[in-house]
Design a protein around this ligand. Sequence first.
Ligand SMILES: NC(=O)c1ccc[n+]([C@@H]2O[C@H](COP(=O)([O-])OP(=O)(O)OC[C@H]3O[C@@H](n4cnc5c(N)ncnc54)[C@H](O)[C@@H]3O)[C@@H](O)[C@H]2O)c1
Ligand SMILES: O=C(O)C(=O)C[C@]1(C(=O)O)C=C[C@@H](O)C=C1
Length: 365
Amino acid sequence: MTTVLIKGLGLIGSSLALAIKQAHPTVRIIGMDRDAASLSYACQQGMIDDSEIDLAATASQADIIILAGPVNVIVADLQQLATVALKPGVLVTDVGSTKQVVMRAARALQERGVTFVGGHPMAGSHKSGVTAGRANLFENAFYFLVPGLAAESAVEQLQQLLRAARVKWLTVTAVQHDRIVGQLSHLPHVIAAALVNQTQQALADSPLGLRLAAGGFKSITRIASSDPTMWAAILMTNPELITNQLQDYINQLTHIKMAITARDQQTLHEFFAAAKVTRDHLGPEQLGGLPNFFDLFLNVPDQVGAIADVTQRLARAQLSLINIHILEIREDIDGVLQLTFSDANTQSQAATLLVAAGYQIVRRN
Ligand SMILES: NC(=O)c1ccc[n+]([C@@H]2O[C@H](COP(=O)([O-])OP(=O)(O)OC[C@H]3O[C@@H](n4cnc5c(N)ncnc54)[C@H](O)[C@@H]3O)[C@@H](O)[C@H]2O)c1
Ligand SMILES: O=C(O)C(=O)C[C@]1(C(=O)O)C=C[C@@H](O)C=C1
C-alpha cells in the first residue's frame, strides 16, 4: 500500500489530498499540520487516514511526501528531511509558489540520493485553510514541475498520483518559473493589496468609503483577501525578481501619470488600447483553471439561531457549503453572512431557496 504524507493541510494540501483519494482510494494519506482543528476536520471529512505532528518521526513511513505549508516552512521541512531517516525510493515534492529557493533547499536532500521534484499548481484562491479544499480546485489549470535532477519516472509517478486533479503539466526551470509567476501572480498580489490600503486611507473621511466600490474595484482587488502569512513568505523568497517587476510597473504608472498631467489624450488612448487588445485575446480558455468560488452574501437578523436556520435549510436541501463566514453581526443590527459554494449551480439553488425563505441576498460573487 502506498503511503502519502502531506505536510500543511490548508487550501492546497487538502485539495491535493481529495484529488489523490478520488483516483486512489486505497492510498493511505497521513496529514500533518500545526493546527489540530485542521487535522481533525481533514480526518472527519475522509481527506486523510491518519494525522501526525512530528515530521522527523513520521517521514520514514512515506513513499511520497508533499510539502504544502508556506514557502518558508517548505524550506525548513526540506532542511529537516535531509537529516532524518526516509524510505528508500521516497519521492519528495512541494507546492510552493516560488521555486529557486525551494530547489536550493532541496540540494542537501538530493545529495543523499533522495528524489525531489519541485511543483506548483497555478491555481488557488484568496481563501485559505482546510475547509476551502476541493478536489477540482486545479482542474484545467497549469501545474508547474521543476524536476531538477529527478528522473522522468519520478515525474510520471507524481503525475499518476495527482491524475484526478486534471491539470495541464508544464516542466520549467526554477528561474523560468519565478520570473513568470512573479509577473503573473506575485506582482498582482502586491498591486491589489497596495490599492486596497491606499484606497482605505484616501477614503477614510468618507462615511461609506470602500462600501461604494463597484465591479472594477472588486475585480482587481479580490486577491487582496489572500492569506498574509503565505504572501509575506512568497515575497521573501523571490525578492530580486519581484522588486525588478515592481519597478517596471512603477515606470508604467509614472508614464501614465505624466500623460495625464500633460493632458496627452493620444498616449492615454494608446495605453488603454494596448492593454485591451492583450486582455481581449485572453478568453477563459486561454486563462487556466475554472472559476474560483461562488459566494452569496446574506442579510441575517440579530437573533439567536439565525445562522443555524440558514445552514439547516441548506443541509435539508443537500446544498453543500464550502465555507461560512460571519462578516458583521452587531447588536440590534442585521448582520451579513458570507456563504461559499463550490459551483454556480449550487450557489443559484441556494439563493432561490433562501430568498423563498425570506432572506435578502445583498451580493453575490
Ligand atoms: N493559495 C493559493 O492560491 C496557492 C496556490 C498554489 C500554491 N500555493 C502555495 O501552497 C502552499 C500552501 O498554501 P495554501 O493556500 O494551502 O495555504 P493555507 O494557509 O490554506 O494552508 C497552509 C497550511 O499550512 C499549515 N502550516 C503553516 N505553518 C506550518 C508549520 N510550521 N507546520 C505545519 N503546518 C503548518 C497551516 O496551519 C495551514 O493549514 C504555499 O506554499 C503557497 O505558496 C498557494
Ligand atoms: O486565484 C487566486 O486567488 C490566486 O491568487 C491563485 C494564485 C494566483 O493566481 O496568483 C495564487 C498563488 C499561487 O501560487 C497560484 C495561484
